[in-house]
Ligand binder design. Structure first.
Ligand code: 4AD
Length: 464
């Protein structure tokens, strides 16, 4: 049996061996006049390809090897040798090239020419075969791994919160309804739809955030984090909004806003450091082809402390600049993408943690500050992407929480279980949510959030 080796390992100098087997997909084939074919093979294990040199003596050289084209799957066996060619340490001198699956060049959509990212979205099932989407998938995988590593090293327990819920954590009314009823059929029959007939016997939705459930575990187990899919029925067709995205939500008992900000900064720095250290080839690609200077930018971000700025200060900066904005800004209004970009890209030139927002524009669970007007909120904004993290210290005082719920028009009976955490052994606590896709966007420089998740869900798009 010949030992299988990944392309990533086969490309290393130490892989040199008399016999090895690689399995993958052809990227290109070039035939030399000297009676050889050079086949570039990629198997997804790394950005680069392995060059397979197939001599004309192989039994299937004319019948198969000379017909190989982009997308064909092959298994190649041979000797791994030091390569005389520039830019690669090794190459394989094949003694056998078995074709596993053909890809008709007449119909295979991923030909050599570069396709726009818009076009590739129509082939979401094939785009992972391209250089860009392979690199995005590996960086996304690295970030997911770093998330688990970071929290486990700090003693945070991974908790799974429900996807189906009755509560609207953010209070923005952007929830997808979940029902077992055949609404079309019921509409045809006419008459009111009764909740009693529905599966949960009350309105149920896809979760917008695992936070409220996460808090119940943090106020029992100390430090926890959730990491899973979340859903928003917000009709925003922008380059940073998805209807289905992944969120990491740490929550820690006995944490205040300062602890929370420090955790968020350490966390982001860890993610970006890991991308730089473990995805070097992919990051070099993003740096040269997607956003020039990305690597140096991330290196600077992980070295310098983040800028902290209260919301009130941000507003006075935005009000006093000569920069023209489409949306007017004044104390009490929420920041738009253009304001976030101005602050991070032009004013600070790096990440900013904005704190102490007016209570009127933030959800009921955020802790009301001494001034009675602001809450202990924090948003982390980064250049190019804008808000990447949203979080806060939570309102741990029962009476204040209840009056905030009343102000928000929430029915306390629906949140009796959440209120219990404040009734019994309440503690100061804090947490935040990081949108995984926005983190991947920032790490890679990819302009559109639809290109950093395998199968994006946006208004009008739920194919594949
Ligand atoms: O600021 P958000 O809405 O905060 C929460 O959901 C809190 N409950 C989190 C917490 O404190 N545990 O969302 C948090 C982050 C945003 O900063 C952004 O990165 C991402 O989630 N996000 C989205 N990402 C993609 N598409 C959307 N529609 C997003 N909405 C939020």
């Amino acid at each position: 049996m010949t030992a299988w080796i990944s392309v990533a390992n086969a490309r290393k100098e130490e892989a040199i061996a008399p016999r090895a087997e690689v399995r993958g997909w052809v990227r290109t084939r070039r035939d030399s006049k000297g009676g050889f074919s050079f086949i570039e093979v990629n198997d997804g294990s790394c950005f680069g390809n392995l060059q397979i040199v197939a001599p004309a003596e192989l039994a299937n050289y004319e019948s198969e090897i000379q017909k190989l084209s982009a997308g064909c799957s092959i298994v190649a066996t041979g000797e791994l040798v030091a390569s005389p060619a520039k830019g690669q340490a090794t190459e394989m001198h094949a003694t056998e090239v078995r074709v596993i699956g053909w890809a008709d060049p007449e119909t295979y959509p991923l030909q050599k020419k570069r396709h726009s990212f818009e076009k590739l979205r129509e082939w979401a099932h094939l785009r992972p075969r391209t250089n860009t989407f392979g690199a995005v998938a590996r960086v996304r995988n690295q970030i997911s791994q770093s998330i688990h590593d970071f929290y486990h090293e700090r003693g945070f327990l991974y908790v799974n919160t429900p996807i189906i819920t009755a509560s609207d954590c953010e209070g923005a009314g952007e929830m997808f309804r979940v029902t077992s009823l055949d609404l079309e059929m019921l509409a045809k029959k006419g008459g009111p739809v009764k909740y009693e007939y529905d599966f949960f016997q009350k309105p149920a939705y896809l979760t917008v955030s695992g936070q409220l459930n996460g808090e119940t575990y943090a106020t029992a187990l100390g430090r926890i984090y959730t990491f899973g899919p979340t859903f928003r029925a917000e009709n925003s067709n922008t380059s940073r909004h998805l209807a289905e995205f992944w969120m990491v939500e740490p929550e820690a008992a006995f944490f205040d806003l300062n602890d929370n900000m420090q955790l968020a900064e350490d966390f982001l720095k860890r993610i970006f450091t890991d991308c730089l250290n473990h995805c070097e080839e992919d990051m070099a690609f993003f740096d040269s082809m997607i956003e020039k200077g990305k690597v140096d930018q991330l290196k600077a971000v992980v070295e310098k402390p983040f800028t902290h700025m209260p919301y009130t200060e941000a507003i006075s900066i935005l009000e006093s600049t000569t920069e023209k904005f489409d949306y007017p800004i004044s104390w009490g209004t929420d920041l738009q993408a253009e304001h976030e970009r101005f602050l991070t890209e032009k004013h600070v030139g790096g990440p900013v943690i904005l704190t102490d927002y007016p209570s009127t524009i933030k959800p009921f669970y955020m802790r009301v500050s001494e001034d009675g007007k602001t809450v202990a909120a924090m948003d982390v904004l980064v250049p190019g992407v804008g808000e990447i993290i949203g979080g806060s210290q939570r309102e741990e005082r029962l009476d204040v929480l209840q009056s905030r719920m009343d102000e928000a028009g929430l029915n306390q009976d629906d949140y009796w279980w959440y209120i219990d955490t404040r009734k019994y052994g309440t503690v100061p606590h804090a947490g935040f949510g990081l949108g995984l896709e926005r983190a991947v966007q920032y790490a890679t420089g990819m302009a559109n959030i639809r290109d950093v998740i395998p199968f994006p869900r946006t208004p009008g798009n739920a194919d594949f």
